[in-house]
Design a protein. Structure first.
Length: 283
């Protein structure tokens, strides 16, 4: 990593992220975002400093039987009631102004879409959508939320203190009395239209992301990672592809990441502050 530039005598010291900003100032960009980008919107992340150990339900567990789905939907119903009120923060809005060649997000909260980012791949889907595992009909999460509220009167009020988790659910063990409705079309099992652990990201999404990252090498661009620890391969693979192609990588994250050895610069800072400054620099 390059050293921090020296300041003019008598001037404030240059921010440690100045070299990274200079690298990103006028290049074509692909941006990969993770949960750390949404913490300023009140949504906790998985692996930031001080974050508790969180293990999301796997796909195999979800389809194992009614009890697992009851547990999932009880927690998710409460979390969704709070998460859907979240709004884009300055980091989301800065990325919308930057308008990268492609924004790849590992987040399912839909806040990049709300901010107006023009070219976007929601790698893991969107928590605002629901799919039936039987007939594959998709529907709006808001409609299911209303059904769940009607079937479980007073449930949200009884568990109002349950802490929110990053995937739009809450910490809750008492779920035995929660009623989960079937698909209205075929009576099948309903699942949020997101990629669970144990599922694969749909190949067309992955191919579009690889194509954008590979295009950076031809265009003299850079890959910016914002708010991801790169713990899971679904995001790390794009960092590896960029590094293989000789494309510079900048990683902006609170704490270390699996991609740090491949980065030209690592910036341990808040996403909102850095991205706001980058958007101003590129405007």
């Amino acid at each position: 990593m390059a050293p921090t530039p020296s300041s003019t005598p008598g001037s404030p010291p240059a921010p440690a992220w100045t070299p990274a900003l200079r690298l990103l100032a006028d290049r074509p960009l692909v941006v990969l975002t993770g949960a750390g980008l949404s913490t300023d919107s009140g949504i906790p992340d998985y692996r930031g400093p001080g974050a508790p150990d969180r293990r999301p339900m796997t796909y195999q567990e979800f389809v194992s039987g009614p009890a697992a789905r009851q547990r999932y939907w009880a927690r998710s119903h409460l979390g969704w009631g709070r998460m859907r009120r979240a709004a884009p923060n300055p980091g989301h809005r800065a990325l919308a102004r930057i308008a990268p060649e492609l924004l790849i997000t590992q987040n399912v909260d839909g806040l990049h879409e709300q901010a107006g980012t023009p070219r976007l791949v929601a790698l893991h889907g969107r928590i605002a959508d629901v799919v039936c595992l039987g007939c594959r009909t998709t529907s709006a999460r808001a409609a299911l939320h209303d059904r769940l509220t009607e079937l479980n009167p007073g449930y949200a009020e009884r568990h109002a203190a349950a802490p929110v988790r990053p995937d739009g659910d809450v910490e809750l063990d008492d779920t035995d009395d929660f009623v989960v409705p079937p698909c209205e079309h075929c009576g099948g099992v309903l699942k949020p239209d997101v990629v669970f652990f144990g599922e694969n990201v749909p190949p067309p999404r992955v191919e579009r992301c690889y194509a954008a990252v590979e295009g950076l090498a031809r265009a003299g661009g850079a890959l910016l990672v914002a708010g991801s620890s790169l713990t899971v391969m679904s995001g790390l693979r794009f960092v590896r592809r960029a590094a293989r192609d000789g494309t510079p990588v900048v990683i902006l994250n609170r704490g270390a990441t699996r991609g740090d050895p491949l980065a030209a610069y690592t910036v341990d800072a808040g996403c909102s502050e850095f991205l706001t400054e980058l958007a101003a620099l590129r405007s």
